[in-house]
Design a protein around this ligand. Structure first.
Ligand code: NAD
Length: 469
């Protein structure tokens, strides 16, 4: 990996200015790679998950292609030098200032298994638009996709442009200790800390795209049925294995049963059956199935109110090649339970009831800052109130997760849900160095005004004139 990084860095230095044509060409090749191989990619993901909805994989590809196409269309505009104001009297004598967005050099991207294409190729849009070279490590938890993508990347790009490395946590650890010019990590907060520690040794700047428990607040005035439909539709994506998936819902006490009824009805309509239903995504592997089941078992044995949505009354015992489990609500469980503390990342949802809306903001503010925050209310004052009293990576009003599909919005967390952001122009800026360039005028004003040693009366006068409140 070290040798590869050196090769990429040498090529970067030899290239000098990275033209818009080169950047567009690289983006184009990434676009074709995803577009032309969409069926094989869908097959690989299906193999990794045991069952990954083909439609959901195509949605992942669509979202990622949008990132690449958005960057391709705008890269020329983004690259334009950004003129800045020079103060008087320097401006009068022709001094000029500008910001030039310069590629950082070689960027490392570490991706996850849940959306292996999106967590690597969506940042790639900003990385390539900014003119960088890049090394990508796909997650070992989705090996078929990782192998396929490594092959596709190798046949599409020279290894000095875009290269893939494969392996598990040890490779990840070695990868993140390479002296990259920027490291973009998507994954858990636990691993994110290791990555940031390793990057600190090289003073490599990091973008950390982490997860956490994203809350939903359903205000009393909301359209409860619409809220239930939108929340469960979002939760159904990848069976809740999404960083932005709703993790816990806060609903008024007196609306709890209505909410559950609407959510159960809609989930049954989306998935009349689960086990043989190709639309219902499997949990990624046995380890995660065991983890999720243990949350439910712990809640049941603690006497929590657990409601399973199993429309066809199927038996979720041993399954062949897949690890499905029904969507399940855990209502008003004790705070000490695992499901209340850990990111769920699966088809389970916590529901907490409230009497007063203030209880929701108090609860959210007493927990780590979430990646997403979802507000259901028809009242603008309530929406404003909830936005002003919480901090989260992003927020969505009257829906869940959709904000992340808007290319023109920055995508990223805050606090323990992440550091920095990418997407659109924000991605271009993240992976560029904003270099300040100042061009001096022919006249040496400093010397002419006596602002050079030996300082004397003229310098005193100038300073007395310019130092003002
Ligand atoms: P993970 O942290 O286990 O792994 C992420 C990547 O880090 C993998 O490529 C893995 O091989 C690598 N890795 C493992 N140990 C490492 C180490 N010690 N040093 C360096 N790299 C190491 O995450 P995951 O299980 O693949 O994904 C789930 C998590 O990712 C969830 O917390 C989820 O919320 C988060 N996520 C965030 C986003 C986002 O955009 N914010 C998107 C998807 C997933």
């Amino acid at each position: 990996m070290k040798a590869l990084l050196q090769k990429q860095r040498d090529a970067f230095v030899a290239e000098g200015f990275v033209s818009a044509e080169t950047r567009v060409d690289r983006l184009d090749r990434a676009i074709s790679l995803l577009h032309d191989n969409r069926d094989t990619i869908a097959d690989a993901l299906d193999q990794d998950f045991g069952n990954r909805s083909r439609h959901q994989t195509l949605m992942e590809l669509y979202a990622t292609l949008e990132s690449l196409k958005h960057a391709k269309k705008r890269v020329r505009r983004w690259m334009k030098q950004d003129k800045r104001k020079v103060p008087l009297p320097l401006a009068l004598v022709g001094a000029k200032a500008r910001v030039e967005y310069q590629p950082k050099g070689v960027v490392g991207i570490l991706g996850t298994w849940n959306f292996p294409i999106n967590t690597t190729f969506s940042p790639l849009a900003g990385v390539l638009a900014a003119g960088n070279r890049v090394m990508i490590k796909f997650s070992e938890v989705s090996p078929a996709t990782a192998t396929l993508m490594a092959g596709l990347v190798a046949s599409t790009f020279d290894e000095t442009e875009v290269a893939c490395v494969s392996g598990g946590p040890e490779v990840g650890a070695a990868f993140s200790s390479l002296p990259f010019d920027h490291l973009c990590f998507t994954g858990s907060a636990t691993v994110g800390k290791h990555v940031m520690r390793a990057a600190a040794e090289n003073l490599t700047p990091v973008t950390l795209e982490l997860g956490g428990k994203s809350p939903v607040i359903i205000a009393r005035d909301s359209d409860l049925e619409d809220a239930a439909v939108r929340i469960m539709t979002g939760k159904a994506l990848n069976s809740g294995q999404a960083c932005l998936g709703p993790d816990y819902i806060m609903v008024a006490e007196d609306q709890l049963e209505d909410f559950i009824a609407h959510a159960t009805k809609w989930t049954g309509e989306m998935f009349p059956t689960l086990l043989d239903n190709v639309d219902c995504c499997s949990v990624i592997n046995e380890r995660h199935l065991r983890r999720l089941r243990s949350y439910v078992e712990e809640a049941v044995s603690a006497g929590a109110d657990v409601r399973e949505i199993n429309p066809a009354g199927e038996d979720f015992g041993p399954q062949e090649g897949a690890y499905k489990m029904p969507f399940t609500f855990v209502v008003n469980a004790g705070e000490d339970l695992k499901i209340m503390q850990e990111e769920i990342f699966g088809p389970l949802l916590v529901i907490k009831t409230y009497e007063h809306l203030e209880e929701c903001t108090a609860y959210i503010n007493s927990h780590p800052r979430p990646l997403g925050l979802y507000i259901f209310s028809r009242d603008e004052a309530t929406q404003r109130h909830l936005l002003d009293r919480t901090v989260s990576g992003g927020a969505c009003i009257n829906d869940v997760m959709v904000h992340a599909s808007i290319e023109d919005l920055p995508f990223g967390g805050v606090g323990s849900s992440g550091i920095g952001h990418y997407r659109g122009f924000n991605g271009f800026k993240t992976f560029s160095h904003a270099r300040a360039v100042y061009k001096q005028s022919k006249l040496n004003l400093q010397r002419l005004s006596g602002m050079v040693p030996p300082y004397g009366e003229r310098a005193d006068k100038v300073l007395a004139r310019i130092i003002r409140k």
